[in-house]
Write a protein that binds this ligand. Structure first.
Ligand SMILES: *[C@@H]1O[C@H](CO)[C@@H](O)[C@H](O)[C@H]1NC(C)=O
Length: 329
């Protein structure tokens, strides 16, 4: 009981009272987006207490000073090779982008790369080490944790209890996270899983609207695909000998337009995202009752994003700050 009370206290202490513990990703690949200070104001007026940024955006960092908003800050993928091979470059990166803004900016995690692919995956762990060493040098290694953001393709296996990492570079990263007490940052998209497997997945399972259990996995009953994807990560971490590592959902969302079907609609985006907000406090079947720290993707529709047309339509807000659809945080 005391442990539970302390745990609750620690959870609440991390996030300013009166502010939602939902996070939202702030991407900037759009024309006509509001100024960083207007964006921070929009987070505050909606009670959004956590923000993920994808690089050390000087404007955003300035605007975040003294707001109490918890921040996940990315290292650009293209910077990994240098930061991996050169400890002095990592120390300079930490000095200029973290220490210069600490403690006014409430950094939570540094995401060393986002969905890094190909041969560059070999640079993730050495870059994480160099950045963590630089943070440790400044006495910040316990305050600001170092991780990397990966997508569900880093895992394989079904049902969720059979999850393992699909790529060999992940095992050493998982064990490093366990040693350093850092979470794994996981981009979790039932939308893409559904899109890739419409024949076998009911859209209600992806939208959190199934009336009952869809996948029974031993003792664990899955009513939504989000939990199944998160628990596949937990199983993969256990399989890698890193069962104490927490999963933080560093991206999740649903596009409101841009598809050539009736999947990417404002109605589905609203259903998914509102259900996500309402769900993450409950944990998953493998980690029941443990709130999943979650960053929704994304704050704005970003018209300069490349790839599928839907990529431009993941925003909760339009560039003029009007909601893309009604949602409450
Ligand atoms: C953040 O605000 C404090 C004053 O509250 C100021 O001393 C500090 O220089 C600011 N930090 C940055 C990086 O602007």
């Amino acid at each position: 009981m005391l442990a539970l009370a302390l745990l609750l206290l620690a959870t609440f202490a991390a996030i300013p009272t009166g502010i939602s513990s939902m996070g939202v990703c702030y991407g900037v690949n759009g024309g006509d987006l509001p100024s960083a200070s207007d964006v921070v104001q929009l987070y505050k007026s909606n009670g959004i207490g956590l923000m993920r940024i994808y690089f050390p955006d000087a404007n955003a960092l300035q605007a975040l000073n003294n707001t109490g908003i918890g921040v996940v800050m990315g290292v650009r993928n293209e910077d990994l090779p240098t930061l991996a091979s050169n400890p002095r470059a990592a120390a300079a990166w930490v000095r200029d982008n973290v220490i210069a803004h600490h403690p006014g900016v409430s950094f939570r995690y540094i995401a060393v790369g986002n969905e890094v692919a190909g041969g560059d995956t070999a640079t993730i762990l050495p870059a994480m080490r160099n950045i963590r060493n630089a943070l440790a040098h400044a006495g910040l290694a316990d305050t600001i944790k170092v991780s990397t953001a990966v997508h569900s393709g880093a895992t394989q296996g079904f049902p969720p209890s059979q999850g393992s990492f699909s790529q060999s570079y992940m095992g050493p990263i998982a064990r490093y996270l366990q040693r350093t007490g850092a979470p794994l940052l996981c981009n979790v998209y039932p939308y893409f899983s559904y899109l890739g497997n419409k024949a076998q997945i009911d859209i209600h399972y992806a939208l959190f609207t199934s009336p009952g259990t869809v996948v029974q996995d031993g003792d664990m009953a899955y009513q939504n695909l989000f939990d199944a994807l998160v628990d596949t990560f937990y199983s993969a971490l256990e399989d890698a000998g890193a069962g104490n590592v927490d999963v933080v959902v560093s991206e999740s969302g649903w596009p409101s337009a841009g598809g050539d079907d009736d999947v990417a609609t404002a109605g589905n985006a609203r259903t998914y995202n509102q259900n996500l907000i309402d769900h993450v406090g409950q944990g998953t079947p493998k980690r029941p009752g443990r709130r999943i720290e979650t960053y929704m993707f994304a704050m704005f529709n970003e018209d300069q994003k490349t790839g599928a047309e839907t990529e431009k339509h993941f925003g909760l807000f339009n560039p003029d700050k009007s909601p893309a659809y009604p949602i409450s945080f």
